[in-house]
Design a protein around this ligand. Structure first.
Ligand code: TXE
Length: 483
């Protein structure tokens, strides 16, 4: 039964898409539609641009303290509605309710709070040109930002873009993934209640080709922040380049997770199980290629499999569930494809490899897949190079530090990596040589909002987070005064 009607949010109003068309929104745990999403197109984007353009005049001139106060109210309201939002996120994505409650929704509140306060503590550079001039830097909001986000961490990632974009005085047109639009819709209600002026944030729902492409092609949207797959990122870059848009792309990953023999094994195993299977492996930062020093290889695999087997897979809305559903049928098919491919490439399935036995009557047609561990694969096979984005990891032995650095870097992606060792010198040495935007040592997914975040190689272009985000969403201007 369709229980909710989502609508676009344009100029402070909830409105129907111009076409009047809607897409089914499917609950991954049941495989059944439970709401509808506006199937918007370029005409809705045009309306949103008109609203954002009008709102920019007042919003960009508002004192930072006033913008900050509104963003802080949004953060408070997200926290007030934590349970409602967590439940919505869990139903929409298939992720465990407990994860949405402890990670996704709190992070959305933190994103607004962080950037609300960051704009109160900015500094500007001054450069004195000897005996000639005095320079200082002004940073202006750029105008209208287009913010496009994926389905794996819907409100977590969308708020990570919206908060800095509007905090510095831009207006925004956001497009959540058509697979997971619900919390974006609820966030608009919150923004209205928090007193965000009409038109500052506009939410246009719909597909990538219809709405995403209209955003990237729109001449009045001069800033694009995109998170999603690498193939889509390429399209976004192609559409934006002729218009000279400022673009930030956070794309896929195939992240190495390296365990040295001197690691604290219990900590490394627990951390690796989490980094492999959190959110069913559907986080761009998940460590999908595990490399283990040969002397502890067998022991690690045993312990890793023991711990993974204990993960409770079930109905995402069950409080005890640790592994929920995969987001969609195509994504489930993709996972199955790679598990088949791995076997054709010589891999052996040490755990999982198929959907779990029936979970419950409610979840009979849901998109579930057991956490899967594959061993005995060559390092450079497709399974070890291509992003699967599901609960599937490979484990490969290595003999030396040099060898494993080669393995880690032998990949088109460069988003994140983890190293587990108790040797501090080794940690620094390896961290310096790995080609990824983030290197975690003896931890995973510790995300301080101040640090630069982004990927190398095909994992993306640009950095967001902290000052990087404030700079990305502003235009620097040099003012030069003769002495
Ligand atoms: O993502 P898409 P999809 C990876 C993952 C997954 C693959 C495809 O491997 O299997 O990407 O997933 C919008 N112009 N990641 O297809 O298409 C789209 O509507 C502008 C990794 O779901 O990249 C959505 O809002 N926008 C990733 C957003 O782009 C377009 C997270 C992302 O969707 C568009 C998700 C277009 N032409 C998937 N086409 C990560 N690294 O976080 C689509 N979109």
């Amino acid at each position: 039964m369709q229980t909710k009607l989502e609508r676009n949010y344009i100029d402070g109003q909830f409105v129907e898409p111009v076409s009047g068309n809607y897409l089914d929104n499917i609950e991954p745990a049941t495989g059944r539609p439970y709401s509808v999403v506006p199937d918007s197109d370029a005409r809705d984007v045009d309306l949103a641009v008109a609203a954002a353009e009008k709102a920019f005049v007042g919003w960009s001139r508002k004192p930072a303290t006033e913008r900050s106060a509104i963003l802080l109210r949004i953060a408070d309201l997200i926290e007030r509605d934590l349970e409602k939002l967590a439940r919505a996120e869990s139903i929409d994505t298939g992720k465990p309710l407990s994860l949405a409650r402890t990670l996704d929704i709190p992070r959305a509140a933190s994103n607004f709070r962080f950037f609300a306060t960051a704009i109160l503590h900015t500094e500007s550079e001054a450069h004195i040109t000897d005996n000639v001039a005095f320079n200082y830097t002004l940073r202006h909001p750029r105008g209208i930002a287009g913010l496009i986000s994926p389905w794996n961490l819907p409100i977590y990632l969308l708020s990570w873009k919206i908060a800095p974009a509007i905090a510095v005085g831009n207006t925004a047109i956001a497009k959540p993934s058509e697979l997971t639009p619900m919390t974006a819709f609820l966030l608009c209600q919150i923004c209205g209640e928090a007193g965000l002026p009409d038109g500052v944030l506009n939410m246009v729902h719909g597909t990538g080709p219809n709405v995403g492409a209209a955003i990237t092609a729109h001449p009045k949207i001069n800033t694009i922040s995109f998170t999603g797959g690498t193939a889509t990122g390429r399209k976004v870059a192609e559409a934006s380049a002729p218009l000279f848009k400022k673009v930030s792309l956070e794309l896929g990953g195939k992240n190495p997770n390296i365990i040295f023999a001197d690691a604290d094994l219990d900590v490394a195993v627990a951390g690796s199980v989490r980094s492999s299977f959190a959110n069913q492996g559907q986080i761009c930062l998940c460590g999908s290629r595990i490399f283990v020093e040969r002397s502890i290889y067998k022991g690690f695999i045993k312990s890793f499999i023991d711990n993974t087997s204990k993960l409770k897979l079930g109905d995402p809305l069950d409080e005890k569930t640790e592994q929920g559903a995969i987001v969609s049928q195509p994504q489930l098919d993709k996972v199955k494809f790679y598990v088949d491919l791995a076997q054709k490439e010589g891999g052996r399935i040490a755990l999982g490899g198929k959907p779990p036995p029936s979970i419950s009557e409610r979840c009979r047609d849901g998109y579930f897949f057991s956490p899967t561990v594959i061993v005995d694969l060559p390092v450079s096979c497709r399974t070890n190079r291509e992003e699967i984005f599901g609960p599937v990891v490979t484990i490969t032995p290595f003999d030396s530090e040099e060898e494993v650095i080669g393995y880690a870097n032998d990949c088109d992606y460069g988003l994140a990596s983890s190293i587990w060792t108790q040797n501090l010198r080794r940690a620094h040495r390896v961290a310096e040589k790995i080609h990824t935007g983030t290197v975690w040592v003896n931890c995973w997914l510790v995300r301080d909002l101040r640090v630069p975040f982004g990927g190398m190689k095909q994992s993306g272009v640009g950095r967001e987070g902290g000052i990087e985000a404030l700079h990305f969403f502003t235009e620097a201007k040099n003012v030069c005064l003769a002495r």
